[in-house]
Design a protein around this ligand. Structure first.
Ligand SMILES: Nc1ncnc2c1ncn2[C@@H]1O[C@H](COP(=O)(O)OP(=O)(O)OP(=O)(O)O)[C@@H](O)[C@H]1O
Ligand SMILES: Cc1ncc(COP(=O)(O)O)c(N)n1
Length: 261
């Protein structure tokens, strides 16, 4: 009998279905990987904004982690909205049991609403990043993590190098908020900086692209891809997903990203 590959997302729920746990499980399924989920927060959210956040008690995040890890053969993990410094520290304490760890340091929603309280930036840099296989901040998150403005490709290259100094094996500074002919992400991997590019897709429906990129990366790692292969595959997957959502209209705000045909 064949056991399916299992990936785990540790993230917040988006009631509107576009981002968070809902986007992660969709990306896992689309890659043929079974998804388990540890919910760190509930958000009352739609395409327009975040209307409320209820963080899960840290002890209950631990209870979910124990339940999943004591039973299922998890081979890759994605973290998203961890909401509080104590949850970031808790996940760091579990890191020896979290293989193929992709950390998406979610700080704000597409709508601009904050998704954390307290000094999560320090907890990420000092506690969780040293255990990460891949860290995937967007421009704004890289700026908050480094306490400086990150707004050009040169800034992204410098930010990727500085964030790699935390001990993460790979850092991807995502450029989805830097429109151009191409969507350019900067990758620091094993000491070498390179660019990951795909054609820019002209759409407002980008809610969940960051979650989808990180969870597709984790799904591909679960299937045995190298880090470089996983990032290239995830970039293509997000680009095809954006093409789908460019052709639909859902909600009054920034609509959810789709999935490839
Ligand atoms: N309009 C676009 N066209 C092509 N690629 C895009 C577009 N928007 C985002 N991407 C790509 O999607 C991935 C996620 O990047 P982004 O910077 O949007 O992350 P994020 O800000 O965490 O996500 P979100 O936009 O959901 O908040 C990156 O690979 C980025 O280059
Ligand atoms: C629960 C949750 N997790 C993550 C995001 C970030 O995703 P996005 O930046 O696409 O809004 C979100 N909006 N909600």
């Amino acid at each position: 009998m064949r056991e399916p590959q299992v990936a785990l997302t540790i993230a917040g729920s988006d009631s509107g279905g576009g981002a968070g746990i809902q986007a992660d499980l969709r990306a896992f399924t689309m890659h043929g990987v079974f998804g388990a989920s540890v919910v760190t927060a509930l958000t009352a959210q739609n395409t327009v904004g975040v209307h409320g956040v209820a963080a899960t008690a840290t002890e209950f995040v631990a209870a979910q982690l124990d339940a999943v890890l004591n039973d299922l053969p998890v081979v890759a993990v994605k973290t998203g909205m961890l909401a509080t410094p104590s949850t970031v520290e808790l996940v760091a304490a579990y890191a020896p049991r979290l293989p193929g760890l992709v950390v998406d340091p979610v700080l704000v929603a597409t709508s601009g609403d904050p998704l954390f309280t307290g000094d999560v930036a320090t907890a990420y840099r000092e506690k969780l990043f040293p255990h990460a296989t891949v860290v995937t901040p967007n421009l704004h998150e890289a700026g908050v993590l480094l306490d400086r403005k990150v707004s050009t490709v040169d800034d992204m290259r410098a930010a990727a190098e500085d964030l790699a100094a935390t001990g993460a094996r790979c850092v991807v500074v995502k450029g989805g908020h830097l429109p151009g002919t191409d969507a350019v992400d900067v990758v620091w991997l094993d000491g070498v900086v390179s660019e990951l590019t795909a054609p820019w897709v002209n759409t407002r429906n980008t809610h969940g692209t960051g979650c989808t990129f990180a969870s597709a990366t984790a799904a591909l790692l679960a299937k045995g891809a190298s880090v470089r292969e996983a990032l290239t595959g995830a970039k293509t997957y997000v680009n095809e997903s954006l093409r789908r959502s460019a052709a639909w209209r859902l909600g009054a705000g920034s609509g959810p990203v789709g999935w490839p045909d």
